[in-house]
Design a protein around this ligand. Structure first.
Ligand SMILES: Cc1cc2nc3c(=O)[nH]c(=O)nc-3n(C[C@H](O)[C@H](O)[C@H](O)COP(=O)(O)O)c2cc1C
Length: 233
């Protein structure tokens, strides 16, 4: 089984909480994996050109084209996004929108696959986890676990964190704050979060090893989506 990890943070992997958390989940699966960072990639949102309707292949020429084969070849996904303005950041959102290319005609390329959703925010990443799960639902991909964490807001390292009146350090610790390493949220300093990420990875690994049946997952997800459609109309 092969798992594709996507880190949707535009920050360097060394400082990105999303990248680190996605990697922890992937390693705990015990399966083969590839981790792709979207940092530096040019991926626009879906432009609704409908160029993909005949053959389920997006015709927009940007860096999403290189990811298509990886998406098709993977049995499962670990997708992580940073929380920007209480939502999934634009880069990850663009990547997820472009999965529209898989939905037409028979459109079953991704059906029944499994996923873990990862979200990181200066406060919380839960809203990103829920958003990623929603995108997965639309492709009948089951999200088996969601991992939300608190990472370091850029305000701790921008250079103005101690004086900026609207920055996170002043908002959380008050005027006159002196930024210390201790107060900067860091995935590595949160054993419970790391344990949750490991549990999510183990669960995904187990689900893929134990009689994983794509058609059963597809059926289950189709039922869930039908219920959601019914309750929203
Ligand atoms: C444009 C922007 C908007 C942000 N908005 C929020 C927000 O609404 N809520 C929050 O909890 N964190 C917010 N953050 C903080 C990031 O989610 C936080 O820095 C997180 O650690 C980023 O993940 P990364 O380390 O993988 O890049 C924002 C950061 C940026 C750059």
């Amino acid at each position: 089984m092969k798992i594709l990890g996507i880190s949707g943070s535009p920050r360097r992997p060394e400082v990105s909480g999303v990248y680190r958390l996605v990697k922890i989940v992937l390693e705990a699966t015990g399966q083969d994996y590839e981790l792709v960072s979207l940092r530096g990639k040019t991926i626009g949102g879906c432009i609704a050109c409908l160029g993909c309707v005949k053959d389920n292949v997006c015709k927009v020429k940007d860096d999403m084209a290189d990811l298509r084969d990886k998406i098709v070849e993977a049995d499962a996904y670990v997708i992580g996004a940073p929380n920007y303005y209480m939502g999934i950041n634009a880069l990850t959102s663009a990547f997820l929108e472009r999965l529209y290319q898989f939905r037409h005609q028979t459109g079953n390329t991704l059906w029944g696959r499994l996923a873990v959703a990862v979200g990181v925010g200066g406060a919380s990443g839960q809203i990103c986890c829920d958003g990623i799960e929603r995108f997965m639902d639309y492709r009948f991909i089951e999200t088996v676990a969601k991992v939300s964490g608190q990472g370091a807001a850029s305000c701790y390292s921008c250079g103005y964190g101690e004086s900026c009146k609207v920055g996170v350090p002043v908002m959380l610790h008050g005027e006159g704050v002196k930024i210390t390493q201790d107060m900067i949220p860091d995935i590595n300093k949160q054993p419970e979060l790391i344990a949750a990420a490991e549990r999510a990875g183990e669960l995904l690994g187990q689900r893929l090893s134990n009689d994983y049946d794509r058609s059963k997952v597809t059926e289950k997800m189709q039922k869930i989506m039908m219920e959601k459609f019914k309750s929203s109309t």
